[in-house]
Design a binder for this molecule. Structure first.
Ligand SMILES: [Zn+2]
Ligand SMILES: [Zn+2]
Length: 364
């Protein structure tokens, strides 16, 4: 049975960036706007900007101590005894994974005390399941120059290795051919992301699990909001994401065309790949993770994005595994090679360690 058309929600997510990045750590806050908003069969949940709110200390989220995590993670993962040994090992809490850091006053969990989603919760949500032959489609809206982040080929390779589905990169669509409203916010042009999704929705290929547009244009979802980093409709399997705010030139920290200025491209790539994993993860029905430090953790500002790892924790990995059925060891090895090629040494080393651990667990 395909559950493609039975997805219960559209889960939009955005990782907002402080305007003063990197010198002003946080100047804006983000909130969920009705994560389970259902309207006329077209549900959109989005993170939106609003002014900082006072924190109610009485509602501070519970941050699990390490020994509690060791009990809680297997509970969240659920039964795995029926799996082959190496697969069981993939979903165990080991020293490769870290408990979530205690949230600071402006961090996601302090502002949004989420309860998390166990694997059983995930199954009960009936996430979209890919059909045989389905692809992840990536549509670049405007050029993605390599000095501003990953190329479309690098994005595609990452998505392929992370999710195990074939990926198709569509030809660049020049922004002038995109008939959507725009506006000027400060000194930046912004595209109306809701209108972009309306355009995309009519263009989803038959063999698409999802269609993701990627742009370096800043986005806004509606006139009420300052900006939106991304917007997705899971029922309609379309999303659009911007990497505009990942480069310090966006905030005027450096001139965009200064030939003498060098930004560590790896930082841009790392951020972009994280947000891509996170957002496509949502499109596979995976909600924010509260179990361990994980790429599916919510993030309220750029330093929280930077602090998050690039990998999935065992709970989130198990969710994707149930839907996609990949070989965890081969997946880690493929990601490690890709991260190594991109110069993301820490992520590469971590993934190689995991692959080696799983090889030993299967007796290889
Ligand atoms: Zn999210
Ligand atoms: Zn997780």
């Amino acid at each position: 049975m395909t559950s493609r058309h039975q997805a219960p929600v559209e889960h939009h997510d955005r990782w907002p960036m402080p305007r003063g990045w990197p010198t002003r750590r946080v100047t804006v806050m983000v909130a969920w706007l009705l994560p389970w908003l259902l309207t006329v069969g077209l549900a959109v949940a989005l993170h939106v900007l609003h002014s900082p709110e006072p924190v109610d200390e009485g509602s501070m989220p519970f941050v699990m101590a390490h020994d509690i995590v060791a009990e809680e993670v297997p509970r969240a993962v659920g039964p795995i005894d029926h799996l082959p040994g190496a697969q069981q090992a993939a979903f165990r809490f080991t020293s490769h994974f870290s408990p979530m850091p205690a949230p600071g006053p402006e961090d996601w969990l302090r502002i949004h005390p989420e309860r998390g989603q166990t694997v059983q919760d995930y199954v009960d949500s009936h996430p979209n399941e890919p059909e045989p032959g389905d692809h992840i489609y990536i549509l670049p809206l405007g050029r993605l120059p390599s000095e501003r982040g990953p190329t479309t080929d690098e994005l595609a390779e990452h998505a392929r290795r992370f999710f195990g589905l074939p990926v198709v990169v569509l030809p660049v669509r020049p922004l002038v051919q995109l008939d959507v409203p725009s506006r000027v916010q400060g000194d930046h042009r912004q595209l109306n992301a809701t209108a972009v999704l309306d355009v995309l929705q009519a263009e989803v290929p038959r063999d698409a699990y999802c269609l993701i547009a990627v742009t370096l244009e800043d986005l806004y979802p509606s006139d009420d909001f300052n900006y939106v980093f991304g917007l997705a409709r899971l029922k309609s399997r379309v999303g659009v994401f911007s990497f505009a705010r990942y480069h310090p030139a966006f905030f005027g920290e450096v001139p965009a065309d200064d030939p003498g200025f060098t930004v560590d491209r790896r930082l841009m790539v790392r951020r972009a790949l994280k947000v891509m994993s996170h957002e496509i993860g949502h499109m596979f029905g995976v909600e924010h993770c509260v179990h361990l430090h994980c790429v599916m953790n919510g993030a309220n500002h750029l330093s929280e994005v930077d602090r998050a790892p690039m990998h999935l924790c065992p709970v989130c990995l198990r969710k994707l595994h149930l839907t996609l059925g990949f070989d965890p060891e081969a997946r880690y090895r493929g990601l490690a090679e890709h991260y190594g090629a991109l110069g993301l040494d820490e992520a590469s080393d971590w993934a190689f360690q995991r692959a080696g651990y799983l090889r030993r667990e299967r007796g290889g």
